[in-house]
Design a protein around this ligand. Structure first.
Ligand SMILES: [Zn+2]
Length: 386
């Protein structure tokens, strides 16, 4: 448990698939294909996998935003931790069934990581730390200048060399080219690509308060801080919500909805079979989002969310955020599902997606260990109060 198993920090989409394939073949009794969540617009199949046979079900997913690569790392590291620790496996696999979606947004992940890897694949660990430190400093300076209302050339764009040709998929290349042209942006934003291949942001394409988020984006026009030259009212690298909830261009969200609903419905078929918690991993900030929209929540939901947040905070020191406008994808599940704790965790106290967290790898590993512990403790805590 107090060990890091995955010692490669930036994995290409193919490498993630190969690792999963390896686990399916070598841990046949423990790690299994679960379901097809959906096929994306560019024909990437999103699968879920499961560990355990318990009656309490847990859903864990990462990679909603393409450039939040630490989240994919974390989900894979957590899977490895369960599979490679007999004691831990025996303790948890009878009680729980874990359902994993390692990458909810494979298109965005590919756009970001292919460009990143073109810069970092040959670096030693020390060089990688140096490269990430420079990126983090650029990024922080960009934020500082943007806070003063300046729309200058961004330094973060020069810290990673990007090109559409790094993306190993001609159809996504074409789509990205079109989006960049319409947004008057160049290729330097590819490493921070958060949306899917059609330029829709999965998290902004919310079920909850969609109209409000559309209105907000209209007011904002562009992204925050260092992203103040990136449009958010049309397909773009980040924050564009699409034209309606379950926009046809976001099959990832429809798939996720059906998938969660299916596992939630298990309670109707068997008395003690039930979904008890959902963890959606994002980055960055070291934050926990779990407060319900009070206009929709019942007392029990508020109590469960609060218990989950408190427990997660205990082991990570992450801050609980009670944001004013609750609009993200998970805000719907926090109020729509009874007796389920639905948390969004912003991994990494260090800013600067996609690689700020690699500026100090020892600290990053420590944070991952704390999150693994927090996740297991929170699952137990929530299941005990339900
Ligand atoms: Zn995110």
């Amino acid at each position: 448990m107090n060990k890091i198993y995955l010692n490669e920090y930036i994995l290409s989409y193919n490498k993630v698939q190969n690792l999963i394939c390896y686990l399916e073949n070598n841990f046949r009794d423990k790690f299994k294909f679960d379901d097809v969540v959906c096929k994306t617009s560019f024909d990437y199949q999103i699968n879920s996998y499961k560990i355990g046979t318990g009656r309490k079900h847990i859903i864990i997913f990462g990679g909603t935003h393409g450039c939040e690569i630490i989240t994919v790392y974390f989900v894979l590291e957590f899977i490895l931790t369960l599979l490679l620790n007999d004691k831990l496996y025996n303790e948890y696999a009878n009680k729980y069934t874990f359902h994993f979606i390692p990458i909810l947004n494979p298109e965005g992940y590919t756009i970001s990581t292919s460009n990143l890897l073109a810069n970092t694949s040959k670096l030693s660990i020390e060089e990688l730390e140096k490269f990430a430190t420079n990126y983090l400093q650029c990024y922080e300076q960009d934020d500082y200048l943007a806070l003063q209302g300046k729309k200058l050339d961004k330094r973060y764009k020069k810290a990673i060399q990007a090109s559409i040709e790094n993306i190993p998929d001609i159809d996504i290349q074409r789509s990205v080219k079109k989006i960049l042209k319409s947004c008057k942006l160049d290729e330097s934003v590819l490493p921070i690509w958060s949306a899917n291949g059609l330029g829709i942001d999965l998290n902004s394409n919310s079920i909850h308060k969609f109209k409000e988020i559309k209105k907000l984006r209209k007011l904002q026009k562009v992204g925050k801080l260092r992203y103040n030259d990136i449009p958010v009212t049309k397909p773009s690298p980040l924050s564009y919500p699409g034209s309606c909830t379950f926009d046809k261009r976001v099959p990832e969200n429809v798939g996720l909805y059906k998938y969660i609903k299916k596992i939630y419905s298990l309670k109707d078929t068997s008395e003690d079979e039930k979904l008890t918690s959902i963890f959606s991993y994002h980055s960055t900030g070291g934050e926990i989002y779990g407060f319900c929209d009070l206009a929709y929540a019942n007392k029990k939901q508020i109590e469960i969310q609060s218990a989950g947040m408190l427990e997660y905070e205990k082991y990570t020191g992450y801050s609980k955020i009670n944001e004013k406008l609750k609009y993200g994808v998970m805000d719907f599940y926090r109020v729509a599902l009874d007796n389920v704790c639905s948390l969004t965790i912003e991994l990494s106290k260090v800013n600067a997606n996609p690689i700020g967290f690699l500026s100090n790898i020892d600290n990053f590993k420590e944070e991952i260990l704390n999150n693994k512990k927090a996740l297991l403790k929170t699952i137990d805590k929530v299941s005990n109060i339900l």
